[in-house]
Design a protein around this ligand. Structure first.
Ligand code: ZN
Length: 103
């Protein structure tokens, strides 16, 4: 994933992997940093429910490698799960970052 350091040095860089930081309540914070200035960015947060949805989406995605499976159905389920995950991630992020703003 290509991005650029919009809150730091403004340079473009490639995100190769996320670093996982464990927060309380079983929440993981997935982040990456700018290789030029080490500015940290949060990719997303996930809790137990999001982890479960991500497992489900991986199972659905495995169906694409089975030529006898119903790919149309798998496609629909994948889109549904993706939308659900995005919604949960957005809500969790708002909850965590919204709360931090009041510190
Ligand atoms: Zn930077």
């Amino acid at each position: 994933m290509k991005t650029h350091c919009d809150a730091g040095c403004q340079k473009a860089f490639e995100v190769e992997s996320f670093k996982t930081i464990k927060l309380e309540d079983g929440i993981d914070k997935l982040c990456f940093e700018c290789p030029h200035c080490q500015r940290e960015y949060v990719a997303f947060y996930r809790d137990a429910e999001i982890r479960k949805l991500q497992e489900r989406i991986r199972r659905v995605q495995r169906r694409f490698s089975d030529p006898n499976d119903n790919h149309e159905d798998a496609n629909r389920k994948e889109a549904e799960l993706q939308a659900k995950i995005k919604e949960k991630m957005d809500a969790l992020r708002a909850e965590i970052e919204g709360g931090a703003a009041h510190e």
